[in-house]
Design a protein around this ligand. Structure first.
Ligand code: NAD
Ligand code: IPM
Ligand code: MN
Length: 365
């Protein structure tokens, strides 16, 4: 069999619930394609703060670096919200992304016909949406210096951050986006705030330069405020969206509501070499944690992205995607995507149903 080492980072809140389910799905789909996984579970986030004293223990980063791919649940919670920055769960996640160098975050949003009723938009608007947000993940205002707290020249207290992008940072994320667009419908919309921000003017100029390498992709530019509006007005106009770290964070949460629930959206974070990081776009959902209510499909679909983008195991990835569709076809729904006539299930039961759907698939020839 083909063998891979997977680092599991369950994290906090609903993280452990959804990762435990997604791990079983990954293992079973893999076994049906002759793949064997060796899983290694490590602490990250609030759990790591409580048990090891820091949100990203060196052992966790090293294990992640030495594995073939990393599957993450979510981190964060009220308990650690007031911690100093270096002792926040979110800091652990940001350092992990930086440590792995995973600068390209792929966040697909697909409106499935089975869930069209769960979208908060009118059916005619949401129907058929299939877009991909490419979010720059290791630069921009999240990491720019200077940052901090201080006093201004009037002696008043201030907080400040810096949005900065280098040419190489924009070029490499733009190339990823153009390549993704090539494999999709050949349309790329770069989203920025070039009417106001120098970092965005620079971003737009570099994207235009890289576009010369991809004459087969139709490139457009849009301001982020308009993009936020267009996503709700006419989401089908979008194929691939390229944007910076903070705009991508916000627009991908917005895009998730087209699909019905943030509990449906997976993501892949990749670099030019080395292991990728795969995680749902949602957080630790402290309001429903520990109640077996979380929708595990975003994490299960992240496991499919791990197979496809992380390991090149497209057949096994397809098995998971098909099994998810089949499970929805059978009517199983967690609370966030539930509608009348459907079978309301918890996180575990949803996982078991996906496993059943996997087992019902044709065995490998
Ligand atoms: P959230 O995504 O955790 O929750 C927002 C809402 O969506 C909540 O009502 C929650 O119950 C619901 N929700 C989220 N995932 C769900 C799922 N799988 N199934 C059903 N419902 C789901 O965002 P938040 O409340 O703003 O943040 C909570 C904590 O998570 C914070 O500490 C935040 O920093 C952290 N966070 C972590 C990540 C991550 O680990 N990548 C991402 C976002 C937020
Ligand atoms: C996400 C989250 C993170 C981000 C936070 C928790 C640091 O919102 O993965 O979308 O802003 O990137
Ligand atoms: Mn987010």
């Amino acid at each position: 069999p083909r063998r891979y080492r997977i680092t599991l980072l369950p994290g906090d809140g609903i993280g452990p619930e959804v990762v435990s389910v997604a791990k079983d799905v990954l293992a079973l789909a893999g076994s049906h394609e002759g793949i064997e996984f060796k899983f290694c579970e490590m602490p990250l986030g609030g759990t790591a703060i409580d048990n090891v004293g820091v949100p990203l223990p060196v052992e966790t980063l090293n294990a992640a670096k030495e594995s073939d791919a990393v599957l993450l649940g979510a981190i964060g919670g009220y308990k650690w919200d007031k911690n100093a920055k270096l002792l926040k769960p979110e800091t652990g996640l940001l350092h992990l992304r930086r440590g792995l160098g995973v600068f390209a975050n792929l966040r697909p949003a697909v409106v499935l016909p089975q869930l069209i009723g769960s979208s908060t938009l009118k059916m005619e608007v949401a129907e058929g949406v299939d877009l991909m947000v490419i979010r720059e993940l290791t630069g921009g205002i999240y990491f720019g210096e200077p940052r901090g707290f201080g006093t201004n020249d009037k002696g008043e207290d201030v907080g400040f951050n810096t949005e900065v992008y280098s040419a190489s940072e924009v070029d490499r994320i733009a190339r990823v986006a153009f390549k993704v667009a090539q494999k999709r419908r050949g349309k790329l919309c770069s989203v920025d705030k070039a009417n106001v921000l120098e970092a965005s003017i620079f971003w737009r100029k570099r994207v235009d330069t890289i576009a010369l390498e991809f004459p087969d992709v139709l490139l457009s530019h849009m301001y982020v405020d308009n993009a936020a509006m267009q996503l709700i007005r006419e989401p089908r106009q979008f194929d691939t969206i390229l944007t910076n770290n903070i705009f991508g964070d916000i627009l991908s949460d917005e895009a998730s509501m087209l699909t019905g629930s943030i509990g449906m959206l997976p993501s892949a974070s990749i670099s030019e070499s080395g292991p990728g990081l795969f995680e749902p776009i949602h957080g630790s959902a402290p309001d429903i944690a520990g109640q077996d209510k979380a929708n595990p499909l975003a994490t299960i679909l992240s496991a499919a992205m791990l197979l496809q983008y992380g390991l090149g195991e497209d057949n096994a990835a397809k098995r998971i995607e098909d099994a998810v569709i089949e499970t929805l076809n059978k009517g199983f729904r967690t609370g966030d995507i539930h509608s009348s006539g459907m079978v309301l299930v918890g996180c575990k039961k949803m996982g078991e149903e996906v496993l059943k759907s996997l087992d019902a698939q044709m065995p490998v020839a």
